[in-house]
Design a protein around this ligand. Structure first.
Ligand code: RNT
Ligand code: ZN
Length: 428
């Protein structure tokens, strides 16, 4: 069948599977699909703003900058260039994404009305349009300091910079961001403020403990004062482009930092060794610290930020979170950027995949698996795990989409293509 015919058929077609049958099948295994749909839809997922514009931001840069090792590759037409364009693009995407959304903003998306405002002088007013927009749509908002793409980050060091004046600048920036988070929280409810810095060395690192001491001190200054309703999290990384030899804020550094300081920890799925999955870390970390923030992402070789897919890794993370029974202590956010495909579609695919993974985990016949494990019946447990692939998951997912009034199957692709023709193409 030709691709065009197939897409047409998919856009029009509804599933032949009935939800009622699926509901009955799951019920036989002790799984309540109504409860699963309700919980999957109610779980907020914070959509990252930076997919719209390849992590460029809205500031006017002066002088040398450094991307912090974040490389968005590709030149698909339609990159958003203004706050209005980002908002329009995300509204389009949101119409195709089922379930509760939040919006996750980076400080570099400040709207300063043409005035140049340096990062350490940012105020809530520079985000007023974003806050109003989220409020109008009933979305919560999260926030991030931007410790890259700035002349003072030109050598890839920020909070761990050997020069005190530069460290202090970034400390002031992070404090300003927490205050902005506090202002957001006053209007929209708790705001997650996640700190990630690119700091590291390209080669032959000499004084890693020295750099880590500086990062520790800077972070302590940033977090000294509690900001009401701000949920602080810190995010580690294994390596970045240009800082391959060492990263100051490694996994162990932040794991222990969060546990000892009582703040939250962010696990980015693309920030570990290629065969390492954060799923295993969830149940360990939750016993010692709260909350966790998941950056749903997909590492591919050296890139940590491919669009998330409903793959084994993502499903394993969702399983770990749901099985923990501590979902109230886990925040979900997306973090990827792809400039080689339609950027709105990247959001739709990535965010739908996260919601799918949540539903998948909620539909697990978990109680039976636990029972088998406790009885020492590994055979039944393994058989049950395999059975998941034979259950009518798709019918429940489609029901979830229908109830959320978003397209099922590939019907959303038509809408994205229309938007591309009418809006995105004209941008270049
Ligand atoms: C970078 C981190 C971080 C960024 C955003 C832009 O590797 O994952 O979360 O992607 O802050
Ligand atoms: Zn991340």
């Amino acid at each position: 069948m030709k691709l065009d015919d197939l897409l047409k058929q998919e856009a029009a077609g509804q599933s032949a599977m009935s939800y009622a049958n699926a509901q009955e099948r799951y019920a036989q295994l002790g799984v309540d699909t109504e409860d699963a749909i309700q919980r999957a839809v109610a779980t907020p997922v914070s959509a990252h703003c930076w997919q719209a514009d390849d992590v460029v931001g809205l500031e006017v840069h002066e002088g040398a900058t450094d991307s912090g090792g974040l490389a968005a590759t590709g030149n698909y037409p339609g990159r958003a260039r203004t706050g209005d364009e980002i908002r329009a693009d995300f509204e389009t995407a949101a119409g195709m994404i089922p379930g509760t959304l939040r919006f996750n903003l980076h400080a570099m998306y400040a709207e300063t009305g043409g005035k140049s405002v340096d990062r350490d002088e940012l105020q809530p007013e520079h985000f007023a349009t974003w806050i109003d927009w989220c409020e109008d749509r009933g979305w919560g908002m999260d926030f991030n300091p931007t410790c890259f793409a700035h002349p003072k980050a030109a050598d890839g060091l920020t909070l761990a910079h050997p020069r005190k004046s530069i460290r202090d600048f970034w400390v002031r920036h992070c404090i300003a961001c927490r205050e902005i988070g506090g202002a957001v929280a006053k209007r929209l409810g708790p705001c997650v403020v996640n700190i990630w810095v690119p700091d590291g060395q390209k080669d032959a690192t000499a004084d890693l403990i020295g750099s880590r001491r500086l990062l520790l001190k800077s972070l302590d200054s940033v977090l000294e004062k509690r900001v009401p309703k701000v949920v602080d999290t810190v995010e580690s990384k294994l390596f970045g482009i240009g800082v391959e030899d060492s990263t100051v804020g490694s996994h162990e550094f932040y794991l222990l930092y969060a546990a000892s300081r009582g703040c939250g920890l962010c696990f980015d799925m693309g920030h570990y060794h290629p065969t390492e999955n954060i799923a295993d870390k969830v149940s360990a970390a939750l016993l010692f610290l709260k909350p966790l923030l998941i950056h749903a992402s997909r590492g591919v070789r050296w890139d940590s930020d491919h669009v998330t897919r409903f793959n084994d890794d993502l499903r394993a993370v969702a399983d770990a979170v749901i099985r923990s029974g501590m979902t109230q202590h886990v925040y979900w956010a997306t973090d990827f950027f792809d400039a080689s495909i339609n950027r709105v579609a990247a959001w739709v695919i990535g965010l739908r995949s996260v919601r799918k993974a949540l539903l998948w985990a909620l539909l697990e016949p978990h109680a039976s698996a636990v029972e088998a494990e406790r009885a020492g019946d590994g055979t039944a447990k393994l058989a049950l795990a395999e059975l998941r692939a034979e259950l009518p998951f798709a019918a429940v997912w489609q029901e979830l989409c229908r109830r959320a009034d978003v397209p099922t199957g590939l019907a959303w692709l038509d809408e994205v293509r229309r938007y591309e023709q009418q809006v995105l193409i004209a941008r270049d």
